[in-house]
Design a protein around this ligand. Structure first.
Ligand code: TYD
Length: 137
């Protein structure tokens, strides 16, 4: 799996509505140890601005939309999440920012590890050095 990419989920839909199933080892490429979600988000208040040393995640807008900026230390790309049928896989050592949350946005994240503040890289220069070391090694 590349370090950051969009995943299309199969949706099982009928006249009653739609259902998306997420399974470790299936459409989720890691064992899920933690799930969290964010609500009450605001378009003017971006979040994120960090990377992780080890953690892998998949972000899903189960309602509403938001825009991710993903940075591997060499280039930045942008990805919109606008449907619960898409997830964004984010590997380790990827700087992420979340912007432009719609008022109805519910951003759910599946994570490969339990919460550990020591896994966070919150300083951009530290992130750049780690990413550069990884690319040259
Ligand atoms: P943080 O990951 O910094 O949020 P964001 O990147 O979206 O801006 O988390 C915000 C706060 O919540 C921070 O104090 C850590 C805490 N937190 C937990 O306690 N457990 C968790 O699983 C997560 C993701 C965050």
């Amino acid at each position: 799996m590349l370090s950051a990419e969009t995943i299309e989920f199969q949706s099982i839909g009928d006249s009653r509505g739609e259902l998306v199933a997420l399974e470790s080892g299936g459409n989720v490429p890691f064992a899920i140890k933690r799930v969290y979600y964010m609500t009450g988000l605001s378009p003017d208040t971006p979040r994120g601005f960090h990377a992780h040393r080890k953690l892998e995640q998949i972000a899903v807008c189960v309602a509403g939309s938001c825009r991710f900026i993903l940075d591997n230390g060499r280039s930045r790309k942008q990805a919109w999440l606008r449907t619960p049928r898409q997830g964004l896989y984010i590997g380790n050592i990827i700087w992420r920012e979340m912007h432009d949350f719609s008022h109805d946005c519910v951003l759910m994240v599946l994570a490969s590890e339990l919460y550990d503040e020591a896994d966070y890289i919150r300083d951009y220069d530290t992130f750049r050095s780690l990413a550069a070391g990884r690319m040259s090694g």
